[in-house]
Design a protein around this ligand. Structure first.
Ligand code: F3S
Length: 402
């Protein structure tokens, strides 16, 4: 039985308007399904469901109707990537028609009061929750980062439930909002070297398959763990499984023996090759080299600049990143360096939800396991999967270096 405060009851009875009433109905319905006893206030929300390619007219209408009912977000709310760069779309080859529809989606979110940040790394663009803070985030890689690396508490929200949490400022206290569900269910002993971003993604791919929606606890990851590698491993586990929280011994804030459930399973990983085989295809020609899945931080852009070492690319090279990070990259001369090499630092978008085939891309190279996992089925492109160095070489040579 879910207990509601008088303010929450008022939402439900329509005192704050029909849009807010509908939002509270969604939150309470989810709470009942998952046997929550109460709602909790959330500090921020990350909303997904932005690309017009995924939303279509039905999704756009849904957003417009909610906005027309007067619904407004009441907590800081950021937005996932769209299907194109909102300003440079024309130079990148997007059609007028797609751009018009995509801008309408963005306008609908803006009317709801959402900050149209269009990034899957809100934690690099001003929305960075603290340890123990309850939030309601959609976007599986961001959820994983928030829970595991920042120690915030969020379930893996869907588009409508995240927006409902933003409009009410509440979410139902079930799942990962509760201590007992944050305990590790799968202890992963890592017994092989895991060094590059692609290695971390490959490890995440294997563990995500085994863990499904459980909570892995990594031991033996060594000194190579960084914010970038945690982003990569979390995104991969969220893609191949439905992992929303993990712990790394000696690294993540909640890791400690007390966090391991007594009935946990154990898994040993001593070989990453099965993951590389699963994520990689045999194509040699590459139409696009893509970095920034999840969206790149400054250090990732810097690494590409360093590896390019003044050389020009033969194949288009895109780095996707938050607009805020791009602004800093401009200040530091990184965007100029990428552009001097013939590449692009692109904001607001994700290649998985972009119309890649309409843009003429049939094959793509990436060091992102999440990207490699989704691109073939979602964007209809073949993928070469390898570390950042190899992907840079592919861009310079114009083909995959064997
Ligand atoms: Fe972000 Fe798209 Fe990758 S949302 S995590 S760039 S698949």
């Amino acid at each position: 039985m879910i207990r509601l405060s008088s303010e929450e009851q008022a939402y439900l009875s329509g005192a704050f308007g029909p849009g807010a009433q509908q939002a509270m109905e969604i939150i309470v319905a989810l709470g009942r399904i998952y046997s929550a006893e109460r709602l909790v206030p959330v500090g921020s929300v990350q909303v997904a469901g932005v690309s017009y390619r995924n939303l279509g007219e039905a999704g756009l209408d849904f957003l417009r109707r909610w906005a027309a009912q007067g619904a407004q977000v009441r907590v800081p709310t950021t937005l996932n990537p769209a299907g194109m760069d909102l300003t440079a779309w024309r130079e990148l080859g997007f059609s007028e028609e797609f751009a018009r529809r995509q801008q309408e989606v963005i306008a609908a979110y803006r009317r709801l009061g959402v900050r149209t940040t269009c990034t899957c790394t809100p934690y690099l663009a001003g929305n960075r929750p603290g340890l123990g803070e309850h939030v309601a985030w959609a976007e599986s890689s961001a959820v994983s980062y928030a829970n595991a690396v920042l120690g915030a508490r969020t379930n893996r929200e869907g588009g409508p439930s995240a927006l409902a949490a933003a409009i009410t400022g509440r979410t139902a206290a079930y799942g990962l909002h509760r201590d007992e569900n944050r305990r590790a269910t799968l202890v992963v002993e890592v017994r092989c070297p895991v060094r590059s971003q692609a290695d971390f993604g490959a490890l995440g791919y294997l563990v995500g398959q085994a863990a499904r929606n459980g909570v892995p606890y990594f031991v033996g990851l060594g000194d190579e763990v960084s914010a970038v590698s945690l982003k990569a491993i979390g995104a991969a586990m969220a893609a191949s499984g439905a992992v929303a929280l993990y712990h790394v011994a000696g690294v993540t804030p909640e890791a400690g023996r007390h966090i391991i459930a007594p009935d946990h399973r154990t898994m040993v990983v001593d070989d990453l090759r099965p993951a590389y085989r699963a994520l990689d295809s045999a194509t040699r020609s590459i139409d696009l080299v893509w970095f920034g899945c999840p969206h790149a931080g400054l250090e990732e852009i810097e690494e590409v600049v360093r590896l390019l070492d003044g050389r020009r690319v033969r194949t288009p090279l895109w780095i996707t990143t938050a607009r805020e990070v791009r602004r800093r990259a401009v200040e530091e001369g990184l965007v100029a360096a990428i552009e001097a090499a013939g590449g692009r630092v692109v904001s607001d978008m994700c290649a998985v939800v972009a119309p890649m085939r309409e843009l003429g891309f049939r094959t793509l190279a990436t060091p992102s396991a999440k990207g490699a996992f989704y691109l073939p089925s979602h964007a209809g492109v073949q993928v070469r999967y390898g570390d950042v160095r190899r992907c840079v070489e592919a861009a310079v040579r114009g083909s995959w270096p064997e």
